[in-house]
Structures are given as structure tokens and as C-alpha cells.
Design a protein around this ligand. Structure first.
Ligand SMILES: [Zn+2]
Length: 210
């Protein structure tokens, strides 16, 4: 977790101490502490949280603990949640614009767009509800005037998706400087999503060579 948190710095996902990470564990989840530099983190700084909101450890949890708790509770397929105020996702989120199907890789987030969740104050149950709605059928969303969220089946999955979505946000932002990007239609996005179901899968032992 600490290695991934530090990778968020080098990948340009973090602005200051604004990002946070959670990983599902037996009986609850581990969460990064509030307001600490990732470079200074040691394993004892991670906070063990339960779904009732109680926590264990020497540090106070991230102020977004409810967001992590509610997402992990509502999305059993998710093993990790990454939240960041990354530059390009947050730029679009401040315009309250999601990312449409301007590039086929948008399907990495689970569908034909990445929605922008309506604004709610940070650290509130309202923000968690708003994010949950925007994540319906998706693995990533933007948070209006705030940042972005990515879900993964594990931590590397959430990290990889966050980097992908931030890259797409940067491309979309650049395209908007020149004109109005041409969007892929629904039928093409269905084709892409279908193709991704088998893309990159190597045959396993016993599988026929294809
Ligand atoms: Zn935040």
C-alpha cells in the first residue's frame, strides 16, 4: 500500500497530501492516514477500519473514510479504492464535465464514459452517495470541484485504472483546446467493450492455441 501511495506521487496522481487509498482486508479495510506525506509513511501509520466506522491504529484515518467505506460496502467486487486530486481529472471536474467516448480506451473504466459526480462537501456521506451513483456500472468517476476515484479488484488494478483515466482526461483536455473532439457512437463502444472481454488474455494451461 505504501509503495502504491508513493507511486501515486511519481505518476503525478497526487497533489500534496490530497490522495488516499484503501484495501479490503479480513473484517474491514486498511486506509491511508489523514494529512501525512507518503514519503514518511511506515506500515504502522495505516489505519485498520471496520465497516461500522470504528478504527484501530496510532493514526487518524483519511477524512474521506466514509467514501472508501461506502464504496467497498456497495461494490463487493472491488478490493481497492484510489482517490486523488490529479491535475487533468480535477480540471475537468471543476468544469463539471465528465469524459465522453472521445477515445476507445474510455471503456477501461467499464462503459462508454466516465461520469462526473455532482458536488458535495468533502468527507460527507453526501459525497459518498454522489460518487456511488456516478459509479453505477463504472469503475471510475470524477468528483465535481474535487478530484477522481478509481476502483480495482486489487491495488495494482485501481492504480492502473487511475493512471489510465488521468491520461484520458489529459488527452480530452488537450483535444478541447483545438476544437470539439469527435465522439465514438454507442454501437462502436459496444463493439470495443465486447472486444476487451478477450483482449490481452493469454491461453492458460490446457487451452487450445488460438
Ligand atoms: Zn479529496
Amino acid at each position: 500500500m505504501i509503495a502504491t501511495a508513493r507511486k501515486m506521487n511519481t505518476a503525478g496522481l497526487n497533489q500534496g497530501t490530497s490522495g488516499n487509498l484503501s484495501v479490503r482486508v479480513e473484517g474491514g479495510f486498511l486506509l491511508t492516514p489523514t494529512g501525512m506525506e507518503y514519503d514518511a509513511l511506515v506500515p504502522e501509520d495505516l489505519v485498520l477500519m471496520r465497516f461500522d466506522g470504528s478504527h484501530e491504529g496510532r493514526r487518524r484515518p483519511s477524512s474521506e473514510w466514509q467514501l472508501h467505506r461506502d464504496l467497498l460496502a456497495a461494490r463487493p467486487e472491488a478490493g481497492a479504492v484510489l482517490h486523488a486530486h490529479s491535475m487533468f481529472c480535477t480540471t475537468l471536474a471543476c468544469l463539471r464535465r465528465g469524459i465522453p467516448a472521445f477515445h476507445y480506451m474510455i471503456s477501461a473504466a467499464g462503459g462508454s464514459d466516465v461520469r462526473c459526480a455532482p458536488y458535495a462537501t468533502f468527507g460527507t456521506p453526501e459525497l459518498a452517495r454522489s460518487a456511488l451513483d456516478a459509479l453505477e456500472g463504472r469503475k471510475a468517476c470524477l468528483l465535481a470541484n474535487h478530484g477522481m476515484l478509481a476502483l480495482g479488484k486489487d491495488l495494482p488494478g485501481a492504480f492502473k485504472l487511475a493512471v489510465e483515466v488521468e491520461t484520458l482526461a489529459a488527452m480530452y483536455w488537450r483535444a478541447l483546446q483545438v476544437g470539439e473532439p469527435v465522439l465514438l457512437d454507442g454501437a462502436e463502444m459496444e463493439r470495443v467493450i465486447d472486444k476487451f472481454k478477450t483482449y490481452g488474455q493469454q491461453p492458460g494451461p490446457g487451452d487450445e492455441q488460438r
